[in-house]
Write a protein that binds this ligand. Structure first.
Ligand code: NAD
Length: 280
């Protein structure tokens, strides 16, 4: 039986079929074709099964979100399915999941490749969302370096002196990569995505309870508990809360919002910036 003839041929794409991404894409799934990309076949199978069994039209593709060719093939596949209306990017690794090099390749350069590739296929009126992180606010990047980042091609980012000199631990590489994400979206909003009449923004989540976050909770030290306790919200959040904000940013009511970041951290960064919480 054909549940949905998808006559509009609108496509919603997710790269990184994990917790936050699937919560976001669910908000845009109805009546559209969903294309999931992930490095893990097991993840793709589980997520496609879950969506298809709920009546959605979904398919998956193995993609390595660090590899330019793989991402370009993914964008081409998305375009072949219809009008690419939504692009959501959540492929990432947290500090305890990889070396500094892995984190820069995936969270920074790979995100850049995806923004570049989808900047060639987005439909007019489409919208994109990159999931960055509150950590993008934790390691200040000087203004002149931000200008270098904005001027650089994606492949050149890792050769910027500031990045080479500072991204020496996984934690610092993650903080820098997530700040770079804000600038990548800002640049695309003003250039490639603008030319296609599509919008792109980032969300910087705080502590969201997902398998990725559990890897951090299990890391040595009390950093996460201290962040929770010193924040205004004094709690963690769920992927569904991120999806709520994502639905706004990707939706038509946010038609005047592009190239910006929404910090959703329950007040962790305000605590750090005002000295209520001292980051070591
Ligand atoms: N969970 C948090 O507390 C938190 C907070 C701030 C930011 N973030 C960011 O949000 C994003 C999503 O995180 P999540 O918590 O939903 O994690 P998750 O682990 O549920 O999802 C990440 C997905 O990315 C996929 N992935 C990893 N490497 C890949 C690669 N090379 N190619 C393709 N896919 C790959 C994984 O298989 C997984 O499905 C990440 O960028 C993360 O850094 C998470």
């Amino acid at each position: 039986m054909i549940f949905n003839r998808n006559e509009t041929k609108e496509v919603a794409v997710l790269l990184g079929a994990g917790s936050m991404g699937t919560a976001v894409i669910r908000r845009f799934a109805a009546g559209r074709k969903i294309l999931f990309g992930d490095i893990s076949q097991a993840n793709l199978n589980r997520v496609c099964e879950e969506f298809i069994r709920s009546g959605y039209d979904a398919e998956g593709m193995i993609v390595n979100a660090m590899d330019k060719d793989s991402i370009e093939a993914f964008a081409a596949k998305a375009a072949s399915l219809g009008q690419v209306k939504y692009y959501v990017h959540t492929a990432g690794a947290s500090p305890s999941q990889g070396t500094p090099e892995h984190i820069l390749n995936l969270d920074m350069t790979g995100t850049g490749y995806a923004i570049d590739a989808f900047g060639k296929v987005m439909a007019e009126g489409g919208a994109g969302l990159i999931i960055s992180s509150q950590t993008g606010y934790m390691f200040p990047v000087p203004y002149e370096v931000e200008q270098q980042i904005l001027a650089a091609e994606t492949d050149e980012l890792k050769n910027i002196d500031f990045i080479k000199e500072n991204a020496v631990t996984s934690g610092k590489a993650y903080m820098i990569a997530k700040r770079v994400n804000h600038l990548q979206a800002m640049k695309a909003a003003a250039t490639t995505w603008k030319q296609r009449r599509a919008r792109i923004n980032t969300i910087s989540p705080g502590i969201i309870v997902t398998p990725l976050a559990y890897d951090e909770f299990n890391a040595p030290g009390n950093t996460y508990q201290n962040m929770i306790d010193s924040s205004a919200a004094m709690r963690t959040a769920s992927s569904d809360e991120i999806a709520e904000a994502a639905a706004f940013l990707l939706g038509e009511h946010a038609g005047f919002i592009t190239g910006t970041d929404l910090l959703m951290d329950g007040g962790v960064i305000p605590a750090i910036r005002t000295g209520a919480y001292k980051l070591h």
